[in-house]
Design a binder for this molecule. Structure first.
Ligand SMILES: NC(=O)c1ccc[n+]([C@@H]2O[C@H](COP(=O)([O-])OP(=O)(O)OC[C@H]3O[C@@H](n4cnc5c(N)ncnc54)[C@H](OP(=O)(O)O)[C@@H]3O)[C@@H](O)[C@H]2O)c1
Length: 265
């Protein structure tokens, strides 16, 4: 893999420049997605539509589309010269990324109950995103990111890591609540209750946004900021769409529940 990377980039400076450009491009894509999502919803789950391609089995789609976010980083840390992986901040940030994607790609898909098929275009876009982001985050952290001495005891790193952990727990717990709304074989929708769903309709999305915002604070890089921004744009739109959908579908939907931010929004 090292020889592949050195045939693509003759100098390390060149690869770092490409990684930085990738982060800025992801921020531009986040801005474009923000505008596009004002006019349409992310087309999967209850909003899936045949205009975005033929339906792909939901478990297969989640497994295959998320797998590159685990496998690309794994290949990078095993088969490339990782100049920075012995440093504690880099190690911890890489561990956070792996922790999320081991759960998301190897566990989450096989727990889904009655999920709607994913349209082919959504599936391909998610696959491309996970490959792109897996390379960008982990190549930067394993080979280039340099933090000041004692960065792991800096308030930004500590606060970011705590936010990451709390966000991850909220995300996993909320997905667990949603899954248990359905008995085996059911495909309909019910009002979620418990955990952060008592406060917001998009509790799983709130968890994921908090997670990557914490990662960005601890990671202090354009790369982690770009990922957190993209996630925030996509998942805020989804939380707002779900909230409106619940209010329209269920007369008894809790009126004090917000879309994404408890008590506020
Ligand atoms: N980082 C990112 O950019 C990103 C992007 C997308 C998703 N994600 C994460 O991936 C996970 C899943 O995302 P998602 O958009 O699929 O979440 P979702 O719309 O909340 O759906 C999650 C699962 O729960 C089911 N479900 C949702 N609401 C339900 C209800 N009221 N009653 C019964 N079942 C219900 C869905 O079934 P149906 O399929 O039948 O609707 C689906 O299987 C979340 O943790 C999210 O944070 C991350």
């Amino acid at each position: 893999m090292d020889s592949l990377l050195s045939s693509l980039f003759s100098l390390e400076k060149q690869e770092l420049h490409i990684l930085n450009c990738m982060a800025y491009f992801m921020m531009v894509m986040a801005a474009c997605s923000f505008v596009a999502l004002l006019f349409d919803k992310v087309p999967y789950g209850r909003y899936a539509s045949s205009k975005y391609g033929f339906p792909v089995n939901v478990r297969f789609a989640w497994f295959v589309q998320e797998l590159p976010a685990f496998l690309v980083p794994l290949c990078l840390v095993i088969w490339t010269s990782c100049a920075k992986t012995s440093l504690p901040p880099n190690q911890l940030l890489i561990a956070m990324f792996f922790c999320h994607y081991v759960q998301r790609s190897l566990i989450y898909p096989f727990l889904i109950r009655g999920g709607k098929p994913t349209p082919f275009i959504s599936f391909v876009l998610a696959f491309v995103f996970c490959t792109y982001n897996g390379y960008m985050q982990i190549r930067y952290l394993s080979h280039y990111a340099e933090y000041p001495a004692h960065w792991v005891s800096h308030p930004c790193f500590i606060t970011g890591s705590v936010l990451w952990l709390v966000g991850w727990l909220v995300n996993v717990h909320s997905d667990h609540i949603l899954r248990n709304l359905r008995k085996s074989g059911e495909t309909g929708y019910k009002i979620p209750t418990g955990g952060m769903f008592e406060y917001v309709s998009g509790a799983n999305f709130l968890g994921e946004i908090t997670e990557w915002a914490g990662f960005a604070l601890a990671g202090h890089s354009a790369h982690s900021l770009a990922f957190a921004t993209f996630t925030t744009v996509v998942l805020t739109s989804r939380a707002v769409a779900h909230h409106k959908w619940y209010l329209a579908k269920f007369e008894n939907y809790p009126k004090n529940r917000k879309a994404l931010i408890p008590f506020l929004f």
